[in-house]
Design a binder for this molecule. Structure first.
Ligand SMILES: C[S@@+](CC[C@H](N)C(=O)[O-])C[C@H]1O[C@@H](n2cnc3c(N)ncnc32)[C@H](O)[C@@H]1O
Length: 397
């Protein structure tokens, strides 16, 4: 793949001159690190999304909502947060109290709507902790919480790192965070596994597939290929840092749960022969496409989640896999129909119609209802939690 980073299809909105200059600065940084040898794709993705002050998530691009590049469930409607609040409330009650810890809180909408919902039910956590690598997003979250002026603002704390003393009691939640983790790209060949690498040639980045003998990538993909009979030439991606990352999330938890919500599949479906080009996806101003070399720093780069890998990493870290279901079933089991009635009534006309429309997007199989899955991992928390009682897809992991 060859990409001139700023050559867009003619009908796409061009970035403003200052955005383009920003992207050129990031491309310069990536070029200088790549040098003559190039970078693994995971490192390219890490820099494109998280290079301090320049990466897509680290700098000031709009990202979320109508004017941004993509819309996530909590940006669409407060119903999503209100449903998740039911799971959190039941978890905190079962634990006899505790904290909530959100990873990657984005614009802060999920946190604000969740805390509003919990405050209404007199079920606030002790603290609402946020682990957000992007300084720009932290600032955006802080401004939103100020505007909301909820009585809960004093409970919010931003963490620079996870607590290290194993004393956390509560629930960790993460919506669309796993899909933003850097992944390696590979091409399966029985004689020589190939790894996706990015380099700069003449006037653009190129993505080449190069032999990667004796690497951790080769070892992991060989194991996959043996399990799943991958066809020759099959291309996909894999998150090599997942096990260590999940272990670091699990370590601080004395008692509690993690809820991951994201688009993804169990492994056999993820690496299905029909998905032979992988699941990488990029978003620029509501245009979804497959070129990660375009507009570094101005577009999102994501991938689907191999939920089997997440479940395995969780078990290795001493967590129990207690639930796995579609987002539609998660919302239904949390009483989404009743939550809709609390938010808007048919006689409210446009407001009601907007809520119903958003709900359809969250629930319908062709939209987010089935592509998105919810995974529940626990330690020392055995009570069944709302959201996960209606459907059990763990056999697909
Ligand atoms: C696609 S956005 C989702 C934002 C928000 N959760 C939502 O649903 O609107 C991904 C978020 O994950 C954050 N993120 C990426 N890697 C992370 C990590 N290792 N730990 C915590 N947050 C991370 C990003 O900075 C960003 O806030």
């Amino acid at each position: 793949m060859m990409g001139r980073p700023w050559q867009l299809p003619p009908d796409w909105p061009a970035p403003a001159p200052e955005a383009r200059a920003h992207s050129e600065r990031l491309a310069g940084l990536i070029r200088s690190e790549a040098g003559e040898t190039g970078l693994s794709f995971a490192r390219y993705m890490e820099l494109a999304l998280y290079a301090p002050g320049l990466g897509y998530y680290s700098a000031g691009a709009r990202k979320f909502g109508e004017a941004g590049d993509f819309v996530t469930a909590p940006e669409l409607t407060p119903l999503f947060a209100r449903a998740l609040a039911r799971t959190c409330e039941a978890g905190l009650v079962a634990l006899g109290g505790g904290d909530l810890l959100e990873l990657g809180a984005g614009s802060g909408r999920l946190a604000a709507d969740l805390l509003d919902a919990l405050a209404e039910r007199d079920a606030l956590p002790g603290h609402y902790l946020i682990l957000e690598p992007s300084a720009e997003l932290r600032e955006r979250q802080r401004r939103l919480f100020e505007e909301r002026a909820g009585g809960w603002a004093g409970r919010v704390q931003w963490l620079d790192a996870l607590p290290s003393d194993g004393s956390f009691t509560g629930l960790l939640i993460a919506n669309e965070v796993l899909d933003a983790r850097p992944v390696e790209l590979f091409e399966w060949r029985a004689d020589a596994l190939l790894q996706g690498c990015v380099a700069w040639r003449e006037d653009g980045f190129v993505l080449d597939y190069e032999p990667a003998p004796g690497t951790p990538l080769e070892e992991r993909v060989r194991a996959l290929a043996a399990d799943l009979a991958l066809p020759e030439g099959y291309r996909s991606e894999i998150d090599l840092g997942l096990d260590a990352w999940l272990a670091s999330l699990a370590a601080p938890i004395a008692r509690g749960a993690m809820v991951f919500i994201d688009y993804g599949y169990g492994r056999a479906e993820y690496y299905h022969p029909q998905r032979a080009g992988g699941t990488l996806m990029c978003h620029y101003r509501h245009r979804a496409h497959g070129d990660p070399l375009l507009l570094p720093g101005l577009q999102d780069i994501t991938h689907y989640v191999d939920f089997t890998a997440v479940a395995e990493a969780a078990q290795a870290a001493g967590l129990a896999v207690r639930g796995y279901c579609t987002q539609a079933h998660f919302l239904l089991d949390n009483g989404i129909d009743g939550l809709l009635a609390e938010l808007a009534l048919p006689e409210e006309g446009a407001r009601y119609l907007a809520a119903v429309q958003a709900l359809k997007t969250l629930m319908l199989p062709g939209e987010m209802g089935e592509r998105f899955k919810c995974l529940l991992l626990t330690r020392g928390l055995d009570a069944p939690l709302p959201g996960f009682r209606g459907q059990d897809l763990r056999s697909r992991l």
